[in-house]
Design a protein around this ligand. Structure first.
Ligand SMILES: *Cc1c(COP(=O)(O)O)cnc(C)c1O
Length: 382
């Protein structure tokens, strides 16, 4: 048995759609990309969806709306993928790390206010594994200190917070369509907002700051002339990627249901085991189940997290770790973050790993994973 950590769910529909696009005579951003944006809005109930070529690009463009300056600070959780902080550093602004909750791995909102000062401009909550962060509390803090809220929703399609879809809450919400995410376009991302001016600016910046994109110049009704209004980026999605996205979007709920069933099976199998802490989901929200994190209880086992992952690997099961805390990386260490400030984040990092969870994981594979996790646990009981 060889079970990869992730496998994208690709059907004949995606293959056919890409073929059709390749034969259509139009490969880059055009009608398929714009249709994908419209369908995305329709699905979420959002106003403006601006597609780009990665989730990181979506975060970058979202922050462009805030006009960040070098001394500005942006609050982010310590336990996230590097892209969240990276986007802040594009402006030479400072990512300010906040500790997380042990149970949910979400930013601990009670620790945010202590990190706010006159330079603070925004909060970027990360919906870890698909579980929405405490948005009511975060919006309240943002209101009190006049801060923007840009959501890192790379994991959160589809996720709901108090019956509202993620994508309809903060100032801008950023999704990722990277190969391992819950909807993939190969590479891709989407910045979603209710602000028409911001949507327009992000559309401009994703194609070099040009007033006319390729479709508007070379398309059937196009015009060759254009202006460059400000220095932008090359961040547009292509119609090839959008063709995949359109097919994935039709199955986004079906894929979600499949992950949910796997999560329920895992919960049932590991719930009463004294070797694990189950990942907790708060009552007023739903997770996309992008990740299934497990935490080991060191007092119950003779092996640590690294050894557990190695043991899984030797049995053909690939696990991941989400995430290596940012303050542990060389790049961020230079900024002088101290890990004593992040007790919960360290606690989680030491004992957590993520099990495979994706629509194409067969029932047999799920059973194999469960049997082996339990077997490793039994053989290494303290
Ligand atoms: C995947 C991911 C991103 C970046 O997405 P890309 O599409 O790979 O650029 C940002 N934040 C988090 C938390 C992620 O997991």
């Amino acid at each position: 048995m060889n079970i990869p950590f992730h496998k994208p769910s690709i059907t004949q529909q995606e293959t056919d759609a890409v073929n059709e696009c390749l034969k259509s005579g139009w490969l880059t951003m055009g009608e398929r990309t714009f249709l994908f944006e419209n369908k995305f809005n329709e699905y979420l109930g959002s106003k403006f969806s601006v597609s780009v070529n990665s989730g990181t690009a979506a975060l970058h463009l979202a922050l462009c709306n805030l006009n960040l300056k070098p001394d500005d600070e942006v609050i982010i959780p310590a336990n996230t993928f590097t892209a969240t902080a990276e986007a802040v550093l594009y402006f030479n602004s400072k990512p300010v790390l906040v500790d997380i909750e042990k149970e949910t791995h979400l930013v601990d909102v009670s620790k945010i206010e202590a990190k706010i000062n006159n330079n603070t401009k925004a909060i970027i909550p990360v919906h870890f594994g698909g579980q929405p962060a405490d948005m009511s509390e975060i919006l309240e803090i943002a209101e009190k200190y006049d801060l923007y809220v840009v959501e890192d929703a790379a994991h959160a399609l589809p996720s709901k917070y108090k019956d509202k879809a993620i994508g309809t809450i903060g100032d801008v919400t950023c999704f990722s369509f990277y190969a391992t995410k819950t909807l993939t376009t190969g590479e891709g991302g989407m910045a979603v907002t209710e602000n028409p001016d911001w949507a327009e600016r992000m559309r401009l910046l994703r194609v070099h700051g040009m007033t006319r994109d390729g479709w508007e110049r070379y398309g059937a009704t196009g015009d060759w002339e254009y202006d460059v209004i400000e220095n932008g980026f090359k961040y547009n999605m292509t119609d090839i990627n959008a063709s995949i996205g359109l097919e994935q979007l039709k199955r986004v709920e079906i894929m979600y249901e499949k992950r949910k069933i796997i999560a329920e099976k895992y919960n049932e199998a590991f719930g009463n085991n004294e070797a694990f802490f189950l990942y907790e989901i708060k009552k007023d929200r739903t997770t996309s189940w992008h990740l299934y994190p497990v935490k080991l209880k060191p007092e119950a086992l003779k092996i640590n997290r690294d050894e557990f992952i190695r043991e899984l690997k030797s049995r053909g099961i690939s696990a991941g770790v989400h995430f290596i805390p940012l303050y542990r990386f060389s790049c961020y260490k230079r900024s002088g973050y101290v890990s004593d400030d992040f007790k919960n984040c360290e606690w989680v990092f030491e004992r957590t790993f993520s099990l495979p969870i994706y629509p194409d994981l067969s029932e047999m594979e799920v059973d194999y994973i469960i049997d082996n996790v339990l077997d490793i646990t039994k053989k290494n009981k303290r």
